[in-house]
Write a new protein. Sequence first.
Lengths: 529, 290
Amino acid sequence: MSTTAIDVHAGHHHPKGVWPWIMRWVTTTNHKDIGTLYLTFSLVMLFVGGALAWVIRAELWEPGMQFVQPHVFNQMTTVHALVMVFAAIMPAFAGFANWMIPMLIGAPDMALPRLNNWSFWLLPFATGLLILTFFLPGGAPAAGWTMYPPLVLQQGASLPFSIFAVHLLGLSSIMASINIIVTIMNMRAPGMSLMKMPMFCWTWLITAYLIIIAMPVLAGAVTMLLTDQFFGTSFFSAAGGGDPVMYQHIFWFFGHPEVYIIILPAFGIISQVIPAFSRKPLFGYAAMVYATAAIAFLSLIVWAHHMFTVGMPLGGQLFFMLSTMLIAIPTGVKVFNWTATMWRGSLTFETPMLFALGFLFMFTIGGFSGLMLAIAPADFQYHDSYFVVAHFHYVLVPGALFGAFAGAYYWLPKWTGVMYDEKLGRWHFWLSTIFVNLTFFPQHFLGLAGMPRRIPDYAVQFADFNMMSSIGAFGFGAAQLLFVWIVIKAVRGKGEKAADKPWEGAEGLEWTVPSPAPHHTFDTPPVIK
Amino acid sequence: MSAATHPSDRYYVPHGTHWPILGSIGLFLITGGFAMWLNRVPAGKWIAWTGAAILAVMLFGWFGEVIKESVKGLYNDQVDKSFRWGMAWFIFSEVAFFAAFFGALFYARQLAVPWLAGEGNNFYTNVLLWPEFENAWPTSGPAGQPFETIPAWGVPALNTAILLTSGVTITIAHHMLRANKRLALKIWLAATFLLGFIFLGFQAEEYVHAYRDLGLRLDSAGIYGSTFFMLTGFHGLHVLIGSIMLFVVWLRVMRGHFTPERHFAFEAVAWYWHFVDVVWLGLFIFVYWL
Ligand SMILES: [Cu+2]
């Protein structure tokens, strides 16, 4: 069977002039172009979200009110979270999926290329809707990214804008997920059976299922907020027989899987990088697949661990506590297998491997603090404190974001055709690692000592750790400029020419094609051994 | 690349497309305009309608282009299968969307209302908030207005029969398509979307009745009214979309599209129609009947 790709737009890849150049990117249906768009967009939004975080850390530099009013502070925490989750991290992994999945499974492109274009091009508009709210009377949403009623219904003009932004962001990620599922189900090269797929494809396949289960539920939840506010419904109002706690249940039915939507693609990248630099195949491939599926399934039945303090029957507390702790088992399998992959491997520590190892250590710290939070009676103490902030930032920053960095350095030679600057890459890793720990590790202590999250001012005994945290945040943000510089250098072709397979121990179809990968990767189906 | 030199066993990579960006602009104007409208900015209405028009143009253009390519025979089995998988998982995501509202219904009915009435360890909730409030369903809550519900065995039962019948008629139409009996196909397909529109007519009439005579309103019938109108409203919207899609497929049949072997669009719409049918059964049982 021949599945030759037909290059219908050969010859106009490099149009002349500004307008044709813009339209080339706006109308492209090529998975690599769209992947590049996703990655570029997410990098820009990383800095937007980071700038908001800087405002937060500047305000918390010392006790007292320094720079912003409390209401502005609340806008910062809310929009920082929304931007980072929906406009930075999720699109970053969608970019990896676009670039890599067709190459990894030997397909010529994504299965639904036009839909793919729309998935991306909804994003800037949806994010624009959100960012525009800063210029409205009452400012941007300020009730926290979870948008709990009744508080969220008491803010200014931004509510419908942020709700519709969430709708559009959800639509974008649902369409991207359908595309990824269809691509993996239907576009694998002959001989590429599911259990031969690289782990990155597996983790994204499972992530995509989580997205199409969880995102519509979020859409439903915020729709109910909208009708409660503007059409007189009483979903979340006890006066009409509704219940504000019901919102929390529906939100977290989305919210907890969202955590895995963010981290599973990073798991996939780590599962590619660690074997490559250990020069050994991934330990326990099948177990990794089943563990990923088990994590995803469990993630759907643990949501109320975010709500131990809102008032729930004892049976509910026990169920959600135990189901949450159960997730530690498949996660433990994954961490064990990554470690076992390195066991007696011949390890080298290029930048992708450094980020993967950083991920392994620091994600595990976040995992352990998650276990602490899962214990319902202990959570009564930790809830809504800086301990929670420390926990999820360990999962998201040295977890998900480091996973994305590992993947970016690993595949940059394939994307650009040149080796990135290894020396600067290592600087980037070490600065990021030092500063990320300086930022978030002290927050554990702050939380345990009783500092609540989402406040612009605090008692004087928290001053030292907060100042450390702020120094770390400024340093971490600045260190990311190094990454931008490294990427720009590589994209402009400044650097050593990359071989087809620049990593000695790397395996996979992407290394069988030239660097940079041609616009259409596989004109004829590759041979799968 | 011309269609003639396009063997059907090759992968089809579509060229660049302008439709998605148009769709994004349309959705941006619809949502932004609607949000302004909700904030009582008069211009919002017109911005939203402009966006709707742009979205309509995009839908016509995009589907039109795909239909043209399909008729030209550019799509091979692999593309056909991709479309099928895509539609199936899209319907799956729609199921998840309805699940949120069914979840709200079950939660309110089984937990929130009893708790508000003092069940479990919520004695003081009841005593301190609304000591007069008692657990009952349907309810408009402690501060809602009195209302009556629509009895299940009147028009809703008739509507159930109508939708179930339409599920049968579309299946017959599918068999006729596969047997290449075009006239029967046209008749059974027309019957299907007509049943869809009849269903919508009855629903509209019931809404008027509910608002005018029963006091069953979105804004005063509390949690019952909220879940009732949210579930039936979104379902009705899906019936409307489904009926329009059936109508479009019927127009395509009239123009001679689809062969006994290849008729993805027909099947996709049929799946969607069955999905709408199943959601209605859930509605009939849990909203009207029990
Ligand atoms: Cu959780």
